[in-house]
Design a protein around this ligand. Structure first.
Ligand SMILES: *[C@@H]1O[C@H](CO)[C@@H](O)[C@H](O)[C@H]1NC(C)=O
Ligand SMILES: *[C@@H]1O[C@H](CO)[C@@H](O)[C@H](O)[C@H]1NC(C)=O
Ligand SMILES: *[C@@H]1O[C@H](CO)[C@@H](O)[C@H](O)[C@H]1NC(C)=O
Ligand SMILES: *[C@@H]1O[C@H](CO)[C@@H](O)[C@H](O)[C@H]1NC(C)=O
Ligand SMILES: *[C@@H]1O[C@H](CO)[C@@H](O)[C@H](O)[C@H]1NC(C)=O
Length: 526
């Protein structure tokens, strides 16, 4: 049989493993796989992207467009018309110090509580303003979008120094919750909830930009909203400069050592113990994204990057240092040099991690538990029970099982997670409950586990029989750690692909070529 013939091709030193690693690896993988079936998201929408309010923005002339809606809103506010219910209806999402108003309801059965956005009707909002003796002015409202099906227009408002009682009386079940907490609390498999998160992120970014662009940077005169708060302009008639909402591009990269099948992950100071993630940094004016990837990697770790491959991007309105919205642009960056020199002002540590270590970190992290903890916290806050609003405790919830994984990587709400998992499991669709991006870094090996689970029962039995006969006859010598395979995991993959030969001839040719080239390069090195 082919696999046995193939083993005989290998030099005798390589046929020496004493401890066969496959069953253990397989069981952890099977576990990852079986956990996954209930939850997965389409990762074309990262957290904060896929905003349903932005997908088909109404054009000028449409009665629900920003300018038309603003006119209608103005009329409604100045006429003090509380009794009629004219079309369209206006829904407003209040924010206090960057936190959206939210509510929470019990999940079905054993599932965690579900948070929702605390939209208020215009009349309710006006009532709340009147009770506090505050003036609701149309300039405070920022247009988000409209829905022709609901005949509704959606707005956001910053009520930070106004209406103090809003959200403090928990009888209504409403409270202001940190966006980061909501982010962790969102069930990433539920596209509607992810849409709500994206709406809150978009609104927060717009309001924060409004707050710090109150004055014109040219002449120092006050600015006024335009296009229902989606733009601003200087109120000085001889200046009239337009001001646009700010987005700051940040590159985030997984630096990959192709030859040794490792990835570079870094730990930032003051963060959670064992939390390792991708390198990242702001782009400089006059710099391309690729150049920023190379410069940041060099500055922070002393590693030179060659090829840079785009992966995906994510809006990030929850940066701690009051930047309204970063745009995280994700890349795979292939290292040209391997020696790490950590910039201690930026990083606490940076290390190369094997694919297997990274896979373990992803497989054993308790992301679902983290989501539940945060969702329960939101529930408690909305009931008025939880006053401890520490951010650190939100982030700490994703800690992994220390026995099984030496490091923790950020959860599925972060693009870093998706960069890391699409490298580590470049060929698997779902890991630990999260769908992986199918993009793979060049040079990754072909994984056939997923196919195994899809095979018919007869084929599965045949593969298992072959597999058992293989280990019982040949186990005595083959050192995965001898270096021929980048990891025991890849050895397991290799075996499986061998078995796949009986189904797919092409695959085995690819594997054979790969293996031979690895062997040749290892021999040359020695
Ligand atoms: C609407 O009410 C405000 C106070 O709540 C008042 O100042 C304003 O004059 C009223 N507008 C009209 C048109 O009645
Ligand atoms: C607006 O900016 C001021 C001054 O920079 C700050 O004190 C305040 O907290 C900000 N408000 C919000 C809602 O971010
Ligand atoms: C946003 O507005 C467009 C145009 O009216 C509409 O098609 C879309 O459904 C709206 N989104 C939501 C969530 O209302
Ligand atoms: C208005 O803008 C002009 C031109 O930029 C400037 O010279 C003038 O000082 C500004 N006026 C005020 C009140 O800021
Ligand atoms: C508040 O949060 C901190 C960590 O951020 C935690 O150590 C502390 O126990 C919490 N307090 C309460 C009363 O939950």
């Amino acid at each position: 049989m082919f696999i046995f013939q193939f083993l005989l091709l290998l030099p005798p030193t390589l046929r020496c493993f004493s401890k066969f690693p496959f069953p253990q690896t397989a069981s952890s993988l099977t576990r990852a796989f079986s956990q996954s079936t209930s939850m997965s998201i389409n990762l074309h929408s990262h957290a904060f992207s896929g905003n349903p309010l932005l997908s088909k923005f109404p054009l000028p002339g449409n009665p629900l467009s920003p300018s038309a809606a603003l006119e209608a809103l103005n009329a409604r506010i100045s006429l003090n018309n509380t009794h009629s219910s004219p079309s369209p209806s206006f829904k407003v999402l209040p924010f206090r110090n960057g936190r959206p108003l939210a509510s929470s309801s019990a999940g079905t059965g054993d599932s965690p509580p579900i948070w929702d956005l605390g939209w208020l009707g215009l009349d309710d909002l006006r009532g709340i303003f009147e009770n506090s003796g505050a003036q609701l002015s149309v300039d405070l409202l920022v247009y988000l979008n409209s829905s022709s099906e609901d005949d509704a227009v959606y707005w956001a408002i910053d009520v930070s120094d106004k209406v103090p009682e809003l959200g403090s009386n928990n009888a209504a079940g409403l409270c202001f919750v940190e966006l980061r907490t909501l982010m962790v609390a969102t069930d990433w498999s539920d596209l509607q909830l992810m849409g709500n998160l994206a709406i809150a992120g978009h609104a927060k970014a717009l309001l924060e930009w409004h707050n710090f662009s109150r004055f014109c940077g040219h002449c120092g005169e006050k600015t006024v909203p335009m296009e229902a708060g989606r733009r601003k302009k200087c109120s000085n008639d001889s200046c009239k400069k337009r001001i646009y909402p700010r987005v700051d591009p940040v590159v985030i990269m997984l630096v990959i050592d192709r030859e040794n099948d490792r990835a570079l992950l870094a730990k930032r100071p003051m963060r959670i113990a064992r939390l390792y993630t991708c390198l990242s940094g702001f782009t400089e004016p006059g710099e391309s994204l690729e150049e920023a990837v190379r410069r940041e990697t060099w500055e922070e770790t002393g590693i030179e990057v060659g090829e840079v491959v785009y992966h995906s991007s994510q809006p990030w309105p929850v940066a701690p240092n009051s930047i309204p919205c970063q745009l995280m642009v994700g890349f795979f960056a292939y290292a040209k040099s391997l020696e790490i020199t950590v910039d201690k002002t930026e990083l606490e540590d940076a290390q190369w991690f094997s694919r297997e270590d990274v896979r373990k970190a992803l497989t054993f992290a308790k992301y679902k538990q983290a989501q539940r903890t945060a969702a329960e916290k939101v529930e408690q806050m909305c009931k008025g029970l939880e006053k401890n609003r520490s951010l650190a405790s939100d982030l700490n919830v994703e800690s992994a099982d220390e026995q099984h994984a030496s490091i923790v990587v950020p959860g599925p709400f972060a693009i870093a997670y998706h960069l890391i998992s699409s490298w580590a499991f470049s060929d698997q669709n779902v890991v630990n409950g999260v769908e992986c991006n199918s993009k793979k870094p060049i040079g990754s090996m072909t994984n056939s586990y997923i196919f195994f689970f899809k095979e018919s029962l007869e084929i599965k039995i045949m593969l298992l029989v072959l597999y058992i006969s293989f280990i019982s006859n040949n186990v005595k010598g083959f050192c995965a750690s001898d270096g021929i395979f980048p990891s025991t995991f890849d050895f397991a993959l290799f075996i499986h692909v061998q078995l796949k030969f009986f189904i797919n001839n092409k695959l085995i040719n690819i594997m054979q070529d790969h293996l031979l080239s690895v062997m040749v390069s290892k021999k040359k090195k020695k």
